[in-house]
Design a binder for this molecule. Structure first.
Ligand code: ASP
Length: 332
């Protein structure tokens, strides 16, 4: 390993370990009261209580009798389009080279799945993922091919690096010359949304710009079916956020759905997956890291659990959209 690449590697691993405490920056409105015992339909649940507009959009669709696939796609698009949200789509924080690369996945109640990875210059990867699911025989497209596919379907090519994100990246680069382990105050949290509609059908969507300052070419858990997202309409759905490498090692979302199939409640299944994730990563990731799961079952019951304090989620049901703090495993 050359001096430079080793340096970058050290920086990257440090980032993995330390990135997520900063994700908790917007807990302004989150409640501590647990909503875990209620069950009703429809329901929308999404990671991170940073902005409730994505949930409100999804709820609006469900309220009018729309289906869960449209709800999750349109819901997370709100976050992708928001330049203030620096963890997804337009305005997402770039990789180490200053390039925004996006990952997304979507699944519906028919068991269909679509995903894009390492997509550049297209602001709504979730809709490209949906087209992969609906218009092709494949599940995932990546990089240049995914972009060409999107352009063929009329998506616009644009620069996704906003001035704010570029400045944050420059600041990080400058900091690099003084210390390798620069930790910024911005977040890199994914939006994962799960919904069940009034017909009892479940869909999920997951979209992200991934870990900020990641090595160019890195793909996280979000587009990996079973890691960042999984839906099985017989059982329920689960989705993830946090350090993707830790989530991929246990296929966390698939694991949760399988535990629910075995009779676990969504909450029990999320707790089981977080414990498995901690156990399986303990000799691999030495630094403190965050990872979190949300889940939903056929009854409209939900679950949420994270490795550490700081994760919150937005829940819409019975016409109300509220933020809640998640329970967590490690008290440090
Ligand atoms: N899971 C995302 C990734 O690893 C990042 C995040 O949720 O913060 O790409």
């Amino acid at each position: 390993m050359s001096h430079i690449s080793r340096r970058k590697f050290i920086k990257f691993t440090a980032l993995l370990g330390t990135g997520i405490p900063v994700l908790s920056h917007l807990k302004l409105f989150s409640k501590t009261v647990s909503p875990l015992t209620e069950s009703s339909i429809p329901v929308v649940i999404a990671t991170w209580d940073r902005d409730r507009k994505p949930n409100l959009k999804a709820w609006e669709i469900l309220e009018k009798g729309g289906n869960s696939l449209d709800a999750v796609e349109q819901g997370v698009r709100v976050a992708e389009d928001d330049p203030e949200n620096n963890s997804v789509g337009y305005g997402g924080l770039p990789d180490e080279n200053g390039i925004v690369t996006l990952d997304a996945s979507i699944m519906d109640w028919r068991g269909r799945a679509g995903a894009v990875a390492y997509l550049q210059n297209i602001r709504n990867p979730i809709s490209v993922a949906r087209l992969v699911m609906e218009k092709t025989k494949h599940v995932m497209l990546a990089g240049e091919g995914a972009k060409k596919f999107a352009l063929a379907y009329g998506f616009k090519e644009e620069n996704l690096l906003t001035e704010k994100s570029r400045e944050a990246w420059i600041k990080w680069k400058e900091g690099l010359s003084k210390e390798d382990n620069w930790i910024g105050s911005d977040s890199h949290d994914t939006i994962t949304m799960l919904a069940i509609d009034k017909y009892g059908n479940i869909s999920g969507a997951c979209t992200t710009s991934g870990l900020r300052w990641k090595i160019h070419g890195r793909v996280g858990d979000s587009p990996i079916i079973g890691a960042g997202l999984y839906v099985d309409n017989e059982v329920g759905a689960a989705g993830a956020t946090g350090v993707g490498e830790t989530i991929m090692r246990v296929l966390g979302s698939f694991l949760i759905v399988e535990k629910m199939r075995d009779g676990y409640s969504p909450q029990e299944a999320c707790e089981y997956a977080v414990r498995r994730l901690i156990e399986k990563n303990k000799n691999i990731v030495k630094e403190k890291f965050q990872a979190a799961f949300i889940a939903l079952n056929k009854k409209g019951e939900i679950g949420a659990y994270s490795v550490r304090e700081g994760f919150d989620y937005v829940l819409s049901r019975n016409g109300k959209t509220e933020g809640f703090k998640s329970k967590y495993e490690l008290k440090d």
